[in-house]
Structure formats: C-alpha cells, structure tokens
Design a binder for this molecule. Structure first.
Ligand SMILES: O=C(CO)COP(=O)(O)O
Length: 250
C-alpha cells in the first residue's frame, strides 16, 4: 500500500505574520504519528521561516520552482543545490501557472525534474489538460505528451520515488474539482503508462490537484489510484488543510 501524501502549494501568498499563524497552527494540529506525508511549498523568501517552524514537526517543506541551471548568471533564479543545502525535500515542477505565464517548455520542465531528482530531493511534476482539450476528448494524449518528453530525455526509471500531480487546468482555482471518477481515470492511465518499470510502480505517487477542499477530499483520496492531493487555496487555512490531511489517512 502506497503511503499517501498531501502537499500545500501556497503559491504567491502569505506574509511573515500570517505564515507564523498558519505554521504554528499546523504544528499544533498535525500529530507526530500521522500516517500521511505532508509537505508545505512556500514562496522563496519564506522558506527560512517555514524551515524554522517545521524542523521538529512531521511536516516536510519545499519550493514551488527551481532553476534549470546549476549556477551562474541567471538573475532572479534559485538553484536546486541552494534548496538542497538549505534542507528542502520537495520542489514543485511545471505548475501550469508557471508554464502558461512564463511559456515554460516541456523540455525545461524535464530538465528541472531531473535536476531535483539528481539532488536527492523529490520532484512533484504537474501535468494536466485545459478545458478545451478535455472537451475535445484529448486529455490523455495531452498528459501523455507531457510525460513523454521526460521519458525520452531520461528514461522511465527517472519516475522512481517521485510524485506526479494531475492538475486539470480547468479545476485549478475554479471551485470545480474533477469528479473522483475523472481523477481516477487519469491517474490509472498515468500509472499504466509507467507500469513497465517495477521500481516505478512501487514508489511513484500520483496525486490530484484542483479545488481540493475538506468536503471533496475523502472521496477523491479514496479512489484506488489517487495517492493524495496538491492543495492550493485550502492549504492557506490551517483547519481546512488539517482536515484534508486527515482525509488521506484512509
Ligand atoms: O494549483 C493548485 C495546486 O497546485 C490547486 O489550486 P486550488 O486548490 O486553489 O484550486
């Protein structure tokens, strides 16, 4: 049985004061022995604060993006080795809000995925289709292509011990989550696509993201191929996030 994982993606939200309230509440509410992996991905300037609050808690933390390069003249970028040295365990890669706004290519995303993996951190790769693509019935083709770039560049084995987040773009920030059946169908498709490598089958986690909330989390997480969630808005509220984390304890 795969251990489930719930990741909070704070996106570009927070302040020193509001983060302190949120992190303190999470540390208080989340029991040490919780049977789910929990991760908080905060904006870069707040990683130090996040690390300080979470260091004696069962909650992991990470970044929302990494640079494609090791080091050098790349103004504004943050490298994987900086994050690793600092103690981050996870990094979200290829979130649609980045790939759309900054025209991030599948090749860039693949390189970042490999770099996070090579550094010994866990990449959380976001994949998903637009509403137009879903309505055209080509969602599996779209997600397949997103994965194929990584497979062609680094082989299927790179997905060993990693996380894929299925985030249909139409469900993000929309209050219209995918139904448990829609999520399950895509998760099963992704798992079957990567099923020729036995190590990958054992260790890959496929989580769902897009309007996850305390009301829909249990149903989504109880689907056989849904290994947890990538949570945006609801991760900014300690009680909602706690409730979602407990929903994964099934
Ligand atoms: O993009 C998301 C998480 O990465 C989902 O955001 P919401 O949960 O706010 O819809």
């Amino acid at each position: 049985m795969r251990r489930k994982i719930v990741v909070g993606n704070w996106k570009m939200n927070g302040s020193l004061a509001s983060n302190e309230r949120l992190l303190k509440a999470l540390v208080e509410k989340i029991p040490q022995a919780i049977s789910v992996d929990i991760v908080v991905c905060a904006p870069y300037p707040y990683l130090f604060q996040t690390q300080s609050h979470l260091k004696h808690s069962p909650i992991f933390w990470g970044a929302q993006n990494v640079a494609k390069y090791e080091s050098g003249a790349f103004t504004g970028e943050v490298s994987v080795s900086m994050l690793k040295e600092f103690g981050a365990s996870y990094a979200i890669i290829g979130h649609s809000e980045r790939s759309t706004a900054y025209c991030e290519s599948d090749e860039n995303i693949a390189t970042k995925f490999m770099m996070v993996k090579k550094a010994g951190m866990t990449p959380i790769l976001c994949v998903g289709e637009t509403l137009i693509e879903r309505e055209a019935g080509i969602m599996e083709k779209v997600v397949s292509k997103q994965l194929d770039t990584i497979i062609e560049m680094y082989g299927e084995e790179i997905f060993d011990e990693t996380v894929i987040a299925y985030e249909p773009i139409w469900a993000i920030g929309s209050d219209l989550a995918a139904s448990p059946e829609q999520a399950q169908a895509m998760h099963q498709f992704i798992r079957e696509k990567l099923s020729s490598n036995t190590e990958v089958i054992k260790s890959l986690k496929i989580i769902y993201g897009g309007s996850v909330n305390p009301q829909n989390a249990i149903q989504l997480f109880s689907m056989p191929d849904v290994d947890g969630g990538l949570v945006g808005r609801a991760s900014l509220n300690a009680s909602d996030f706690e409730s979602i984390c407990h929903s994964a304890e099934i």
